[in-house]
Design a protein around this ligand. Structure first.
Ligand SMILES: NC(=O)c1ccc[n+]([C@@H]2O[C@H](COP(=O)([O-])OP(=O)(O)OC[C@H]3O[C@@H](n4cnc5c(N)ncnc54)[C@H](OP(=O)(O)O)[C@@H]3O)[C@@H](O)[C@H]2O)c1
Length: 324
């Protein structure tokens, strides 16, 4: 038996139930992880509301750090006592313990605490593939990064600055402007202000930016295209305000032969090797001190619904974790 958050139907946070569940011994290729800290991510809310579909009833949560308690048949890379983390390609992290496929498991280095790992793996590996692989950020570039005070935002903005970029960050919450600046934004715009995209043009002397990293979706996508220089890339990687409306590819020609990509972390961590390399790149930048992770919100596992409500209501900065 273990305590876990489960839900039987999609909806508001009141569908989340804190219940006892049977946890069988880990199956072939799985290990049982005793979770010590659990990451809260926006994707958890998309899955709860049904925007991203899960077979129901279901557990919830993609990310946690913990200790290997038992290993299933055929597992040789991990042994009981190992400190590990997982952060995508698995659902059911909102639990005291979970059986996780080793293909999604990473070893945690000394110097990265369980709480920091749970707060940083999913968000930081996302920052890694956004900044280092989709559009490798170059020193001297000016870029737009939306939700710059948020969980992904705090890591990505510090990392982009470390790479030598000038960051135009955005927030819809005036109270978070200082946090955006503290993360490393040279300019902070409010995307609720009409014409914010024109300010991006002004800041770049009319040139536009080579890349917009957009996790807001519906509210910011079109204006974001107007921030881009010719052949720039719009990286639309989230839906905090709802999914992007359909549009014609001809729009991309009209606005400067633009590129658009809609990536997910799973496709950038598709093998155990790629997963561990992505994590190691993140752990290195954390260990160097160039990127610091603020865990600004901690909740007991049983209060997962409250943690999600705060995230969705824009009342969080930095990372939120659950303690089992
Ligand atoms: N595709 C991927 O691989 C991937 C991986 C990880 C995360 N993501 C996406 O990245 C985004 C950030 O995730 P996170 O967990 O770190 O969350 P977060 O950034 O801490 O929280 C989302 C933020 O979005 C902003 N926002 C703007 N308009 C909003 C609206 N209408 N409703 C709610 N929020 C709004 C709010 O910041 P302000 O108050 O500053 O406006 C809010 O705090 C999410 O969209 C998530 O889905 C994508």
């Amino acid at each position: 038996m273990t305590k876990a958050i489960r839900f039987e139907k999609t909806g508001g946070s009141d569908v989340l139930q804190y219940v006892d569940v049977d946890l069988p011994p880990p199956g072939p290729g799985q290990v049982r992880v005793r979770n010590t800290a659990i990451g809260v991510n926006f994707i958890d809310t998309y899955q709860r509301t049904g925007l991203y579909k899960l077979p129901l009833p279901s557990g919830l949560g993609s990310e946690a750090a913990g200790i290997v308690e038992a290993v299933g048949e055929g597992v040789s890379r991990f042994k009981p006592g190992d400190r590990v983390g997982y952060a995508s390609g698995f659902v059911g992290a909102y639990a005291q313990a979970a059986n996780v496929p080793t293909a999604r498991l990473m070893k945690l280095p000394e110097g990265i605490s369980d709480e920091i790992a749970a707060a940083a793996m999913l968000k930081g590996m996302t920052a890694q593939y956004l900044l280092r692989r989709i559009h490798p950020v170059q020193a001297g570039e000016t870029i737009v990064f939306h939700a710059a005070a948020g969980g992904v935002g705090q890591i990505a903005v510090q990392w982009a600055k470390h790479l030598g970029a000038t960051i135009i960050g955005t927030t819809t919450s005036p109270s978070k402007v200082e946090q955006c600046k503290a993360n490393g934004c040279a300019h902070v715009l409010n995307t609720h202000d009409a014409g914010w995209e024109k300010k991006v043009r002004e800041i770049t002397g009319g040139a536009g930016v080579p890349v917009v990293y957009d996790s807001i979706g519906k509210d910011t996508f079109l204006a974001g295209l107007d921030c881009l220089r010719p052949r720039g890339i719009m990286v639309t990687y989230g839906n905090a305000s709802g999914p992007v409306d359909p549009f014609s590819p001809a729009l991309l020609a009209q606005k400067g032969s633009l590129f658009v990509t809609r990536p997910i972390l799973g496709h950038y961590t598709s093998t155990p090797e790629e997963l561990q390399q992505t994590a190691d790149d993140l752990f290195a930048v954390l260990a160097s001190g160039a990127v610091k992770v603020a865990i600004n919100h901690r909740y007991a596992l049983k209060d997962a619904a409250k943690a999600q409500d705060e995230l969705v209501a824009n009342r969080t900065t930095g990372a939120t974790i659950l303690i089992p």
